[in-house]
Design a protein around this ligand. Structure first.
Ligand SMILES: *Cc1c(COP(=O)(O)O)cnc(C)c1O
Length: 430
């Protein structure tokens, strides 16, 4: 059956009348790839079912959360059971302690965790806590790392000799931008220089320990260890944004697989099992700074929501009881990597494939992709053709060259074989 967009297109037109751009998060509008976004009717396992009646293989997993595949039974059951008991109380529940205890037991180096409602909120709160704890204002972030849409992170590099950032969205004030210093991913010397130029002013470094928002970018040997050392020497905190990597790369996330300890860790995506959840965690001495114990304010009417906590408990319990899932996912991702690699290498076009665990990205450049600038060298015209070609073959990739794919455990080797065949069909016609 040929791939069609008729109903999706009509739904998008209707959506645009009442929702800005027709979407509630910009990447869904397909601006980076052009064309009409696909509207989803339902999903199960590794497959999305579109409003036009197509069944497509999903490589974004809702941008990560659906690591076990869509509509995973124990998660769905947990949500149903919780809903019958009421959907929110604004009072403490035992569920909150259960998920906290579980998360703390799975992740290295954290004693306590605070639940919020999104990754954005988690990162925003983590930075406030780091500032409150250190009594300092400035933060270091890396170009191309995404930490949600709060003001401090919507920053681009300053021009010329200016070392602090400037707003990259209207509405972010210059004052806010001045407290965020931009560095290039994998450039340790630059970070050392920033510390030297801003003595006793840096509250924290925030980083995606394995980056997933400029494609998948792997930290160079010694880079994270070097950041850890610089933080220790300068009295700054190291914040790992594990919204993507947490409970995806391993039970204990990037801290576990890299062996580098962070001071504050943020979570999101997988931890909510597909419901809106974020969290931030640290050792007790840092978390004690948080209200109501300490002076740093942070709150949320729906934080620790019983439906979300029930979904998260079901998700984390399953991962905790089946740690083989992480290796299995990495194995599937390797299989996909090798397949795409062999197809593209025969075609004689420039490409680079980055992979770490269950994260992978294909960049249409022959240079190593190690930071935002090198990721930006990818040929976007090729990416668009690749993306739309695969969609028409029933394969759903992230609709932007700056995003990683996220594999899920429901993907079969057959699905991966179908995907590689589709890549071959698509590039053959170029
Ligand atoms: C998705 C993401 C966020 C933001 O999470 P939201 O739930 O979309 O607010 C923050 N950091 C990283 C690394 C992410 O991938």
């Amino acid at each position: 059956m040929p791939f069609t967009y008729q109903r999706s297109s009509a739904l998008f037109d209707e959506a645009k009348k009442y929702i800005p751009g027709g979407v509630n998060s910009p990447v869904r509008a397909f601006n980076a790839v052009g064309g009409n976004p696909v509207f989803v009717e339902r999903a199960k396992g590794a497959y999305l079912y579109t409003e036009d009646g197509s069944k497509i293989i999903d490589y974004i997993a809702s941008w990560g959360p659906m690591i076990l595949g869509h509509a995973f039974e124990t998660v769905v059951e947990a949500v149903k059971k919780a809903a019958e008991k009421g959907t929110s109380y604004g009072m403490p529940t035992e569920l909150e302690t259960q998920i906290a205890k579980l998360a703390v037991s799975m992740c290295p180096n954290i004693d306590q965790i605070r639940m919020v409602n999104s990754g954005t909120e988690a990162c925003m709160s983590a930075v406030r806590l780091a500032r409150g704890f250190t009594g300092r204002d400035k933060i270091i972030k890396f170009a191309g790392c995404y930490h949600g849409h709060s003001d401090s992170f919507l920053i681009q590099a300053g021009s010329g000799a200016v070392t602090f950032g400037s707003p990259n969205s209207p509405g972010v004030t210059k004052g806010t931008a001045q407290d965020t210093i931009l560095a290039d991913y994998n450039n340790l010397d630059q970070v050392a220089e920033i510390f030297k130029n801003n003595p006793e002013q840096i509250a924290c470094i925030i980083i995606e320990p394995i980056a997933g928002n400029m494609g998948c970018i792997v930290p160079k040997e010694g880079f994270l260890e070097g950041l850890r050392k610089l933080c220790d020497e300068n009295g700054a905190l190291l914040v790992f944004d594990e919204v993507m990597t947490g409970f995806r790369l391993a039970s204990g996330g990037a801290q576990e697989v890299t062996g580098v300890n962070a001071d504050i860790v943020t979570y999101g995506k997988v931890i909510g099992g597909g419901l809106p959840v974020g969290a931030f965690a640290a050792r007790k001495e840092i978390m004690n700074y948080l209200a109501p114990t300490g002076p740093v304010y942070q709150a949320g009417t729906l934080s620790g929501n019983p439906l979300a906590m029930s979904a998260g408990i079901a998700m984390l319990s399953h991962l905790n009881n089946h740690p083989e899932i992480f290796d299995r996912l990495a194995e599937k991702t390797k299989r996909l990597h090798e397949g795409i690699d062999s197809v593209l290498s025969q075609k004689g076009i420039d490409y680079t494939i980055n992979r770490y665990g269950s994260m992978i990205s294909v960049h249409f450049t022959d240079e190593p992709v190690v930071d935002f600038d090198s990721a930006a060298k990818g040929n976007n015209e090729w990416f668009k053709k690749y993306f739309h070609g695969l969609l028409e073959q029933g394969i759903y990739l992230p609709p932007s060259a700056f995003e990683s794919y996220f594999l899920n455990d429901a993907l079969s080797n057959e699905d991966i074989g179908i995907t590689i065949d589709a890549v071959e069909k698509v590039v053959k016609s170029w």
